[in-house]
Design a protein around this ligand. Structure first.
Ligand code: IVH
Length: 660
């Protein structure tokens, strides 16, 4: 009876893992999944004799290793020949054509993920070993660690498995997880990882699997090693489909392409999307699809003749530090920034890079005149990876962090529980005031057209505005007294400010720059409060009843509304005629059907669904012709492709937030 219950729970969890990690189509909310998991844990604790190694509760082993054992690969783990230019890719195609005596060859193209190669050995459907590539002949046994990666099944789905199946693929750390991990390490003053690849390698090489289990590692399959007791399908694409059916994740980007021009077009398109992909790539891999043709082509030295890595420009480059400035942010946090000799990184000119905080600057010991390695990936700010010490000029001296705010001279304080250092002067500090103003008038906030940084700079430097409310008291003469403001501009600015007075509650809330209140939280709050006044009166208990508002956010709101300065500001804004228009939000999206896919950074599935339903929209799980919008978060997979094929409007997270 109990055994049966345990097995049913395991089967359910396995199916949900598959839906979540492989199909990108979760079937139940997280809390229901957690309930199944705790129930299984409870039953297993009461009946330990029924615990099996492939139970989802057994991903993290108990005893740390002292070292990794060596594993001899039954089939060599190969690497790939490289091409750097389109001409070199065409040469590859010509070689294939010549050897196969065919004029056009079908290839599968897919991203070359920048992670670590791994070989997963399944015997009778059970994961028994995971080994790194090593030198290709022998690698390290990292089974304990690999078992903690949730997208890797501990046992295969279905039942018609080979006796032996070695799956080859890439273990990597998605960009989002990498940034979160580094951010967390930065706040606690720990050493950060240079890039997602290093972070993945460092995480996989932990002797204690409990540490690996806390790292956001992921996996995609791209091939096979030893296989026994199974007749392979005829093509690479079919192998991928078979792996997927067994529960292994495969890339949603893999495409079967007819001829080399199609491959080059694919490469160009993927390179353009490089920053938006959820993981780092260092190229595109082309593989001859037909396995019979692959066999005919064979291998050279350490690489197959039937595959090619088309490399993309690196995302790290070295350049020189010309100066180091310390910037003061909207909330007063000090950020050291290196000004660089401009350098082209994967197609973008980079002339400055963040050093994050004093602690990191000190640890990396970046000095003016140093040659440094700079990394730019995705739409994140470029950062300094490390100093090339061998190129340090003898004159280089350590950078001394300012003892007080470099803008206003105000006292500095360390943020509680963090390494961040802040200027404590608040809106008295011109830097903070300027940024608070810029934030207030920005597009997602009150959207005051034409009021850019240069004008704000003058307004603050000339002492014309103290708070955002003061913007509305400026006269035509005031505006005309500024540099670069002629009659027309002044009138436009006055009109833009007047226009901005009619706004919505989410915009106004966001504009106030309350810590933790981004656009989506502001939207969520607005769905529960009529206006700013009502929100300012809400108690902690009231706030915490709102799904999606946690203790930290509630605290920030209470602190903000308790401050006499802020109370005065809100009263002033009200007095000046700033009005939040009441929209019948229930009707806003009535009749529209949405599908959610991938992960959103600011809310989970249920919150996103609730937000949409509050606006009258219907949220469905499958993409069809009836879908009006697909909301695609990170790691969006097959649904995104289907929506693209059907020509459905796709909203990324930013646009989704704007819509809300
Ligand atoms: S195929 C015989 N496909 O690139 C085929 N490799 O430079 C061997 N890699 O060691 C590999 N993405 O770690 C293949 N889609 C992909 C890949 C990929 C990343 C890595 C892999 C390999 C290295 C070769």
């Amino acid at each position: 009876m109990i055994k049966q219950a345990i097995q049913t729970l395991r089967q359910q969890i396995k199916q949900h893992d598959y839906a979540y990690y492989v199909l990108d189509a979760p079937q139940i909310p997280d809390n229901e999944y957690d309930q199944l998991f705790s129930e299984l844990q409870r039953l297993e604790q009461q009946h330990p004799k029924f615990i099996t190694l492939d139970s989802p509760t057994q991903r993290v082993g108990a005893t740390p290793l002292t070292q990794f054992a060596s594993v001899q690969h039954r089939q060599k783990m190969l690497s790939l020949s490289n091409a750097f230019t389109a001409d070199e890719v065409r040469d590859f195609a010509l070689r294939l054509q010549k050897q196969l005596k065919q004029s056009v060859i079908d290839c599968v193209a897919e991203p070359k993920i920048d992670g670590l190669a791994i070989s997963l050995r399944y015997e009778h459907g059970q994961l028994v070993q995971a080994a790194t590539r090593g030198d290709g002949n022998a690698g390290e046994n990292v089974t304990q660690n690999v078992r903690t990666i949730k997208s890797i099944p501990l046992s295969l789905l279905g039942d018609a498995w080979p006796q032996i199946l070695e799956v080859r693929g890439e273990i990597f750390m998605p960009k989002k997880g990498f940034h979160a991990l580094n951010q967390q390490r930065r706040t606690t003053g720990e050493k950060t990882f240079a890039n997602p690849r290093n972070a993945a390698a460092g995480s996989l090489r932990q002797l204690d699997a409990k540490i690996t289990a806390q790292r956001p590692l992921d996996f995609l399959s791209y091939g096979l090693g030893e296989v026994q007791g199974f007749t392979l399908p005829a093509s690479y694409l079919d192998i991928l489909q078979q792996l997927k059916a067994w529960g292994l994740p495969i890339s949603v980007e893999a495409r079967l392409l007819h001829g080399i021009d199609a491959c080059l077009t694919y490469a160009q398109a993927l390179a353009q999307r490089r920053d938006a992909l959820p993981y780092d790539i260092d190229g595109i891999v082309y593989k001859v699809n037909d396995l019979a043709l692959q066999n005919q082509l064979g291998f050279i030295a350490r690489a197959p003749r039937w595959a090619l890595a088309h490399k993309l420009p690196g995302q790290e480059q070295s350049t020189q530090v010309e100066a180091i400035h310390v910037q003061v942010g909207r909330t007063g946090v000090l950020t050291p920034v290196a000004q660089l000799k401009p350098v082209n990184i994967a197609g973008v000119m980079v002339s400055s890079a963040t050093l994050h905080n004093a602690n990191e600057l000190q640890r990396k010991d970046v000095r003016v005149g140093d040659t440094v390695v700079v990394r730019r990936a995705g739409d994140v700010i470029p950062e300094i990876v490390n100093v090339v010490l061998s190129k340090r000029p003898p004159s280089g001296v350590p950078f001394v962090f300012p003892p007080c705010c470099p803008v206003c001279g105000g006292a500095l304080a360390q943020v509680v529980d963090q390494v961040a250092i802040r200027c404590t002067a608040g809106s008295l500090c011109p830097a903070q005031r300027k940024q608070a103003l810029a934030h207030f008038v920005s597009r997602d906030a009150l959207d005051v057209n034409g009021l850019g940084a240069a004008l704000i700079e003058q307004l603050v430097d000339k002492g014309m505005v103290q708070t955002v409310a003061d913007l509305y008291t400026l006269t035509l003469e005031d505006w005309l007294s500024l540099d670069l403001v002629a009659d027309k501009t002044a009138h436009n600015l006055l009109a833009a400010l007047e226009n901005s007075k009619k706004t919505t509650l989410p915009r106004l809330l966001y504009a106030l720059g309350i810590p933790e209140i981004g656009l989506s939280t502001a939207t969520l709050l607005s769905q529960h409060c009529a206006d700013l006044h009502q929100l300012s009166q809400a108690s902690a208990e009231n706030l915490l009843t709102i799904k999606g508002i946690g203790e930290v956010t509630a605290r920030c709101l209470l602190d903000f509304f308790q401050s006499p300065d802020n109370q005065r500001l809100i009263a002033q804004l009200h007095h000046l005629g700033i009005q939040t228009e009441k929209i019948d939000i229930k009707q806003k999206l009535a009749g529209k059907t949405f599908v959610l896919t991938g992960t959103l950074s600011q809310m989970n599935r249920q919150q996103a669904q609730a937000a949409l339903e509050n606006l009258g929209a219907k949220v469905s799980t499958n993409v069809s012709k009836k879908t009006d919008y697909l909301v695609a978060g990170d790691n969006a997979g097959s649904k995104l492709h289907k929506a693209q094929q059907l020509g459905i409007k796709i909203l990324d997270e930013t646009r989704f937030n704007q819509l809300l």
